[in-house]
Write a protein that binds this ligand. Structure first.
Ligand code: BDR
Ligand code: CA
Length: 345
């Protein structure tokens, strides 16, 4: 570690796009991943942990603690979405069985330990439901002050949901946890408020087959990596580079899913975008607002409601990303993950 590195705690429900977020961070020299905490969401929490260990194994990375967290949301029953992310959460990819074990510590313990050991330094990045963080806040209410900053992928603000008409997946899985987090972080000054990457912007982060092809070229993988919309469903990559091959198999599934949803043969890369923002908030234009989570609505439970104009008379509790440059984001993904894939094989 050097003084220029950014220590991160990564809380995930891996997940195809969580997988690319992890690869992006592993590929970024300025990122120091202090721990990966796993929550139930896209797939059950234990599978999430195994997926993370498997990506680390594939990339030859040792020594990052992977801790199992909440296996169910704080109040409501768990829902998972294998139809979006594949039977194991990584699309068509079949990752190696990891040698490294899941940590013996619970994710909440890891969260608290990491932030207490380096007060004011650590970036929290949550790309799954906010369950683990909500549980950690119950034990350690001073956590918002101990973090350097929190970046959340979640919510749909002035935008339709992807799980219900009003509600985004990560918030829909555990709206009660989301409410706990937004309330708890409302004590911070404006420049330390959580950065919220909601669907409004993350659905503009459209990964297409040509992005995977370009990344594979940077990795020096052969033959040329082509995810063709006319291929049979579930066609597997023949790429020589193992990271490219598994990533391509994962992302192909996500593209097939988006096409089924009438969104085109592309994949919204919500979580890698949030990872890029955690390393470089300058990539985003943000606006402060007060965010609250609808818990009582019979149709709208989990909706993230933003008060942009102070109508509630409450201080802002979030910096919401309102704009970005998707092309610049993809340039970074292709360059960083491509080079990293080349290095690790
Ligand atoms: C979010 O939901 C999950 O399915 C993705 O991994 C992402 O974190 C997008 O709504
Ligand atoms: Ca996710």
């Amino acid at each position: 570690m050097t003084g220029t590195q950014i220590p991160l705690i990564l809380d995930v429900d891996t997940g195809i796009d969580d997988s690319l977020a992890l690869l992006y961070l592993l590929a970024s020299p300025e990122a120091e991943i202090t721990a990966i905490t796993c929550t139930a969401g896209n797939v059950p929490a234990r599978q999430v942990a195994l997926n993370n260990l498997a990506w680390l194994e594939l990339c030859g990375v040792n020594g990052i603690e992977v801790a199992l967290g909440a296996e169910v949301p704080v109040i409501q029953p768990l829902m998972t979405t294998e139809e979006t992310h594949g039977p194991q959460g990584i699309g068509h990819a079949v990752l190696p069985t990891p040698n490294q074990q899941i940590s013996e510590r619970h994710a909440t313990e890891v969260w608290i330990d990491v932030v207490r050991s380096r007060p004011g330094e650590v970036m929290g990045l949550v790309t799954g439901p906010l369950t683990n963080l909500a549980l950690a806040l119950k034990i350690c209410p001073e956590l918002p002050h101990l973090l350097n900053r929190l970046v959340i992928m979640g919510g749909a603000v002035n935008y339709p949901g992807n799980t219900t008409p009003t509600t985004e997946w990560n918030i829909a899985v555990d709206p009660d946890a989301a409410k706990i987090v937004f309330d708890a972080f409302s004590v911070l000054p404006a420049d330390r408020l959580p950065i919220v990457c909601a669907l409004d912007v993350t659905e503009r982060i459209e990964m297409r087959p040509e992005h995977i092809a370009a990344l594979a070229d940077v990795a020096g993988s052969s033959p040329s990596e082509r995810i063709d919309p006319t291929d049979a469903l579930g066609t597997r990559s023949q790429a020589s580079n193992a990271v490219v091959r598994h990533l391509s198999d994962a992302v192909r599934f996500y593209m097939e899913f988006h096409r089924e949803q009438d969104q085109g043969f592309l994949a919204h890369m919500h979580d890698p975008f949030a990872a890029a923002i955690a390393l470089d908030p300058e990539l985003a234009t943000m606006r402060l607002a007060t965010v609250d989570v609808e818990l009582a609505g019979t149709l709208t439970r989990g909706q993230t409601v933003a008060d942009w104009r102070g109508m509630w008379g409450r201080d802002s509790n979030a910096a919401i990303v309102v704009d970005t440059d998707p092309a610049e984001f993809f340039r970074r993904v292709i360059d960083r993950v491509g080079r990293f894939a080349r290095e690790v094989g």
